[in-house]
Design a protein around this ligand. Structure first.
Ligand SMILES: Cc1ncc(COP(=O)(O)O)c(C=O)c1O
Length: 432
């Protein structure tokens, strides 16, 4: 798909999370993608260092996903999801459940990670309402990213995502983040910091544990720079939730589907939450889709409360479980299984992490964190410039402030990782 910036107006499209004026002066437009590579509008080849935005572990334009979506669109392009359904939504929910902890047999479809978070918040409210409890306080964490809808922004611990939006949900308390300035260059889980989980206990002591509805955590804080939980941290959070009747929500929008080992973080860290959110790799990024899975207990409490014949949960989206998204999701999950991509993520992780941590003495690098097939490289400065320069050096990666976040596709060869590191190092050299 050619694109000529001289003949196309760049004016009308307002890009999300982008310096629009700067972008339009020097646009970076992708016109084609296949596997690990993309093509820019000048014809240059760009290696994708962050699987889009953690979306595409099986690579861009996987033919099986294209075929599955094409096929379903011959049969149905839309089915109303309130009070009716199509077969693929049941099939996909069942396949997702097979990847989750044994007690997770209920999946609710949404269209993004942000909608998954808002849906999870409403499930928590519905659960406590069903049990007759008035728990109205939510606990989140500094540096958390839970999407951009009002619920997610209320839980946001990244200040830039909150500061212009004042009218968010009240009653959210923040635990401290787990980044420790005295312990830099941490590969895997930090050995220290389990006591940070006791912030949740302090909130119980301060506000009254019977006022707290749920604790939301990204098991590995992703957008802020891949902060793995200190050893014992998630276990301690789980214990405090159990002791105080608080629901634990894992936001697995990044960590789901093999990114940090296992299938989901719940599996990788051996800690089972009450509710899990997911999106992104659910369809390998091909069609927008998210989901919220609940434990049988949470599901049953909410649904058993309703009178016979009544709608149990007054929530849903016009595009919940869209046929094209379900087809893409089913194809993606079967590719992950057939190509053994979760195992491949685990196998490739040591090589990937060795390569990233080799940058630790670079003068532009302040800190590196990494686990599984994800790593954050925090620069001392110039993150915005780094992202642009890196692109023109032939590599895409996501940046949050000064932190570049690498999340290669699981289909990558070692040579692809070498190529990414050469391009990243060259870019960092150019910034000095
Ligand atoms: C942990 C987490 N939750 C929620 C979201 C929001 O997802 P979306 O951008 O699909 O709304 C993201 C997006 O990066 C995320 O990383």
């Amino acid at each position: 798909m050619p694109f000529d910036v001289k003949t196309n107006s760049l004016e009308h499209y307002w890009l999300p999370f982008t310096d629009n004026k700067g972008f339009k002066e020097g646009p970076r437009i992708i016109t084609k993608a296949s596997g690990v590579y993309m093509t820019d509008h000048k014809g240059g080849t760009v290696i994708d260092g962050s699987s889009g935005l953690f979306c595409s572990p099986a690579g861009h334009c996987h033919p099986k996903i294209i075929e599955a979506v094409h096929n379903v669109m011959q049969e149905m392009t839309y089915v109303a999801p309130f009070g009716s359904a199509h077969p693929l939504s049941f099939a996909l929910a069942e396949q997702i459940s097979r990847l989750l902890p044994e007690t997770f047999n209920h999946v609710f479809f949404v269209n993004s990670g942000s909608e998954a978070i808002d849906t999870a918040l409403k499930m928590v409210m519905a659960y406590h309402s069903a049990t007759g409890q008035s728990r109205t306080r939510f606990v989140s964490r500094e540096r958390a990213y839970h999407g951009v809808n009002i619920g997610g922004v209320s839980l946001a611990g990244l200040v830039n995502n909150r500061k212009t939006f004042q009218s968010v949900m009240p009653n959210v308390a923040m635990m401290r983040h787990t980044w420790n300035a005295d312990e830099l260059m941490v590969r895997g889980q930090p050995a220290n910091g389990v006591e940070l989980a006791d912030d949740l206990q302090r909130m119980c002591d301060t506000y009254g544990s019977d006022t707290i509805a749920a604790c939301f955590v990204e098991p590995v804080a992703g957008s802020t720079g891949i902060l793995a939980p200190p050893v014992g941290y998630l276990e301690r959070i789980r214990e405090i939730c159990d002791a105080n009747g608080i629901l634990l929500v894992f936001d697995e929008v990044i960590t789901g589907f093999g990114r940090i080992g296992g299938t989901f973080a719940a599996d990788a860290f051996g800690v089972t939450p009450d509710i899990m959110t997911m999106a992104k790799a659910l369809t390998n990024g091909a069609i927008p889709m998210g989901a919220v899975a609940t434990s049988d207990h949470v599901h049953d409490v909410i649904t058993d409360k309703a009178a016979p014949g009544a709608i149990e949960f007054f929530h849903g989206y016009t595009y919940s479980g869209h046929p094209a998204a379900c087809a893409a999701g089913l194809a993606a999950l079967s590719i992950y299984e057939e190509e053994g991509l979760f195992a491949r993520s685990t196998e490739m992780s040591p090589y990937f992490l060795d390569s990233v941590f080799a940058l630790k003495d670079h003068p532009m690098v302040k800190d590196i964190r990494g686990i599984g097939m994800a790593a954050g490289v925090e620069l001392i400065d110039k993150g915005g410039q780094a992202q642009v320069d890196l692109f023109w050096n032939g590599m895409h990666t996501k940046f949050t402030g000064n932190t570049g976040i690498l999340a290669p596709m699981f289909t990558c060869e070692k040579s692809h990782i070498d190529e990414m590191m050469e391009k990243l190092e060259k870019t960092l050299d150019g910034l000095m």
